[in-house]
Design a binder for this molecule. Structure first.
Ligand SMILES: *[C@@H]1O[C@H](CO)[C@@H](O)[C@H](O)[C@H]1NC(C)=O
Length: 158
């Protein structure tokens, strides 16, 4: 029953992806934005708990390549940070003891070091902000000498 539900759900999202893909109004195609919320968290009292906030986030934050069924974002990570996104969904393929950014099998021409570099630079400039980052394993691991967790905790270099 659950399986049928998921199949149906996938089918419906596929249909809507194809349908919406043809109606430009729903998408930002050129990646330009005219809003900036670089330090909106500075307005929140330090006594507010993180779990009392609703944070704007992006699904498959770094999926820029691979066509309409794979691409989920147009704004670069730096732009997402500037417009106020604070929750990130980073999908990593574990390869050569590094993390390359993937969406499924499609390499997204970036890696974890670049992602962290952007985030650390941003937080250096706007220290009132908090970023939540989910790191998920994506695609087939290849040519690793250590576990995904060991790369996650010890392998990332800035
Ligand atoms: C803080 O809130 C005020 C009042 O809503 C708003 O005018 C201001 O732009 C906010 N500042 C930031 C940094 O978001």
């Amino acid at each position: 029953m659950l399986l049928i539900y998921f199949v149906l759900l996938s089918f419906l999202s596929l249909i809507s992806a194809l349908k919406l893909g043809s109606t430009e109004a729903y998408f930002n195609r050129d990646g330009r934005v005219n809003i900036a919320n670089k330090n909106w968290m500075s307005n929140i009292s330090d006594s507010v708990y993180l779990n009392h906030l609703s944070l704007p986030g992006t699904h498959d934050t770094m999926a820029f390549y691979g066509g309409p069924l794979v691409q989920t974002q147009i704004l670069t990570l730096d732009s997402q940070l500037r417009v106020g996104i604070r929750a990130f969904d980073i999908r990593c393929r574990h390869i050569n003891d590094r993390f390359e950014i993937h969406h499924g099998p499609i390499y997204q021409k970036s890696d974890m070091d670049k992602v962290l570099q952007s985030m650390v630079t941003f937080l250096g400039n706007f220290p009132t902000e908090v970023l939540l980052v989910r790191i998920k394993e994506e695609h087939i691991p290849k040519n690793n000498q250590r576990s995904f967790a060991d790369t996650e905790w010890f392998g990332v270099k800035l």
